[in-house]
Every structure is written in C-alpha cells, then in structure tokens.
Design a protein around this ligand. Structure first.
Ligand code: URA
Length: 190
C-alpha cells in the first residue's frame, strides 16, 4: 500500500478512538505532515495554539524557525516529514505529561514504521526522551545516537534543540543552525 494512503487510514483510526485524554480539550488532533516517503522525520513535542486551530504541525512561531532551518539546507517542509510525540494540544501550552506521551506512542510508533525513514530527528527534550529516556538535550544536541527500543534499533537518530528554544535565545539559535547544517551529510551517509 502507498504510505500516504496508509497514513491517512492510521490517522483516521487513531483520531476516532483517542487514547490520549488531551483529546477532550483540544480542537482536533494534529497529524504529521510532509512527504511520507521522506528519509528524514522530525519529531516535535506537542501542538500549540496555532497547530490546534489549523490541524497542522509547526505552523506557529516555532514552525517559522523550522522553515528557516529547512531552507538553510535547501529543503522545505514538503520534502521532509514533520510530526509530534503528542498529537493533541496540552491546555495553556503546558508540557505534556509522561502519560500523554505514552498514550500517543502507539500512534507515533505506527507512523514512523509506515514512513520508515533513515534518520529520526527529535526536536527538544520531550521527543529525545521518548527514544533515550535519561538523555539531556544540552548534552545530546548535535549528536547521533542509537536507540534500543524494539523495532527502532535500525534508524539513525540525531538530536536537536527544539526550534522554540531559538525564539528568544540568540546563541541557541546559532547552535541550532549549526547542528542543522550537518543533516545533509548524515543523509548522504545513511
Ligand atoms: N511545537 C511543537 O513541538 N510542535 C508543534 O507542532 C508546534 C510547536
């Protein structure tokens, strides 16, 4: 089956029977977006207000930075696949609880397997910790790592700061662009 039609089926199925309690307060689920045949998947934290209203990931302020980052390596969001660990907006943009990340995991798990990328790029600590529970983003950013989760051992992982971290911190912004610039060579190696 074409990965796009099976992603559509997955999203419809998961949205119909939401396991995550955040579905009660969110406007709608925010599905992953982009090229389902992409070699690279970016995984953010959770939808914010703009994403909750539009139903698309990374369309607010952090999304504008992500667009700039992608452009800096000659890509745009149609070339890659972008999704979140949590599919519904946490109220008042609070951090997602561990139970919410876990409730959304079967969805993300199936999503990743359908796309079957070469590189998984967690954006920020919530996504990073889903794959590497004890890791600290300030130590891991800009580094590749392996993951021992069953069924997830064969991907290459590359940790990045969350684009929102660059909104108000100029030095993190420089670091993020610098880390991002390694992605093309990682893709060539993979
Ligand atoms: N931040 C995220 O982590 N994901 C989004 O979709 C938007 C902002």
């Amino acid at each position: 089956m074409h990965p796009h039609s099976s992603l559509t089926t997955l999203n419809a199925e998961m949205a119909q029977t939401p396991a995550c309690t955040l579905a009660r307060t969110a406007t709608q689920p925010v599905f992953g977006f982009g090229n389902p045949a992409s070699k690279v998947v970016f995984i953010g934290e959770a939808p914010g207000k703009s994403e909750d209203l539009s139903g698309k990931p990374f369309v607010g302020a952090a999304g504008k930075i992500l667009d700039q980052l992608l452009r800096s390596i000659d890509l745009d969001r149609g070339d890659v696949y972008i999704t979140n660990v949590v599919k519904y907006r946490p109220p008042d943009n609070r951090d997602p609880h561990k139970s919410e990340v876990e409730a959304c995991w079967p969805w993300l798990e199936r999503e990743i397997h359908l796309i079957d990328p070469e590189i998984i790029i967690p954006l920020g600590r919530h996504a990073l910790n889903r794959f590497l529970p004890e890791a600290v983003i300030s130590v891991m950013h800009g580094k590749t790592f392996t993951c021992t989760l069953s069924g997830f051992e064969h991907y290459t992982y590359y940790a990045l700061y969350h684009p929102a971290a660059a909104l108000y911190n100029g030095s993190l912004r420089v670091t993020l662009f610098d880390d991002f610039s390694r992605i093309p060579s990682l893709l060539k190696q993979s």
